[in-house]
Design a protein around this ligand. Structure first.
Ligand SMILES: NC(=O)c1ccc[n+]([C@@H]2O[C@H](COP(=O)([O-])OP(=O)(O)OC[C@H]3O[C@@H](n4cnc5c(N)ncnc54)[C@H](OP(=O)(O)O)[C@@H]3O)[C@@H](O)[C@H]2O)c1
Length: 269
């Protein structure tokens, strides 16, 4: 791994916000990033659990003790009425010109109710909360990011943490699949419209996180069997390894903006 601040892409003072930084892949991204961000960088981590965010901060600071500012912002993406204050906090005290790089990593995500088939999602309030958390929040937060980092002189990158579920229909995952599919297309359109912004949708692969344990014990035999098959094939990874792969992709910087890349190169889109 690069030593702290020596990376070409992350080396200069970087602003980076990671949603869902309180556990799982978001924590891994934060910790792996910490060793690469240059002096004057700021890492903003969001989530509902302050305790989880504080533990991520502890791990980041253990790795990168002196010069990285780590800011924690708690908020619930389920409730769009909170977005103006929540998202303002994410970018508070961001002086134009203070950062050479600005990066927004949309990682927070939920599975939705895995007991229901596509034809059974009848409650619009539950649906609105689900899509607020998994789609609307990423769109609205991207708009805020673009507003704050609107000037030239800053290299902007937006990462959408996606999934194979964005392109493969999985039974009982209709909300999850549809939100990931919508996000992929949203960010493809953004890449077309914003040629100065680097946009990447990244499918991290199955990883040992809380989300994976929820899938593995969801009560739907076919889904649970799918987990066991992936495990027997050695496909379940440590989130640190997938985070590392993402950062390598960003550092190599060879992807076409708007691309959808998978950790195992399973899809070519
Ligand atoms: N694990 C896998 O096998 C897998 C496979 C493919 C793609 N992915 C994708 O990878 C990303 C990370 O997943 P993970 O496995 O790390 O999941 P996870 O362990 O369940 O973590 C989810 C993160 O999202 C945050 N979050 C959930 N609901 C939220 C809400 N209402 N408001 C604000 N933050 C919320 C959580 O923070 P709080 O609880 O503190 O709010 C947590 O930090 C997701 O986008 C997921 O779709 C995961």
């Amino acid at each position: 791994m690069s030593s702290a601040g020596s990376s070409t892409v992350f080396g200069p003072a970087t602003f980076c916000a990671v949603t869902g930084g309180s556990r799982g892949l978001g924590r891994s991204i934060a910790v792996v990033l910490a060793g690469r961000l240059g002096e004057g960088s700021r890492l903003v981590l969001t989530g509902r659990s302050l305790q989880g965010l504080q533990e991520t901060k502890r791990q980041v600071e253990e790795k990168c003790p002196n010069y990285l500012e780590v800011k924690l912002v708690t908020g619930d993406m389920e409730d769009p009425t909170t977005y103006p204050a929540f998202f303002s906090d994410v970018f508070a005290n961001t002086q134009p010109g203070a950062f050479k790089n600005a990066m927004m990593i949309h990682n927070a995500g939920t599975l939705g109710d895995l007991s229901k088939k596509a034809a059974e999602h009848s409650d619009p309030q539950i649906l609105n909360k689900y899509y607020a958390t998994n789609l609307t929040s990423a769109i609205a937060l991207t708009a805020k990011f673009m507003e704050v980092f609107s000037g030239s002189g800053v290299r902007r990158t937006v990462v959408n943490i996606s999934s194979g579920a964005a392109i493969e229909p999985l039974e009982y995952h209709s909300l999850y699949c549809s939100s990931k599919a919508a996000r992929n297309m949203f960010f493809k359109v953004m890449a077309e419209e914003e040629p100065d912004v680097r946009v990447l949708s990244y499918s991290p692969g199955p990883m040992v996180t809380d989300m994976y344990y929820t899938i593995k014990s969801c009560g739907v035999k076919k889904v649970e069997d799918g987990c066991r098959i992936m495990e027997s094939q050695g496909l379940i990874q440590n989130p640190d390894d997938s985070a590392q792969h993402l950062l390598t992709l960003l550092e190599e910087d060879k992807f076409k903006s708007g691309a959808f890349l998978d950790v195992f190169d399973r899809f070519s889109l």
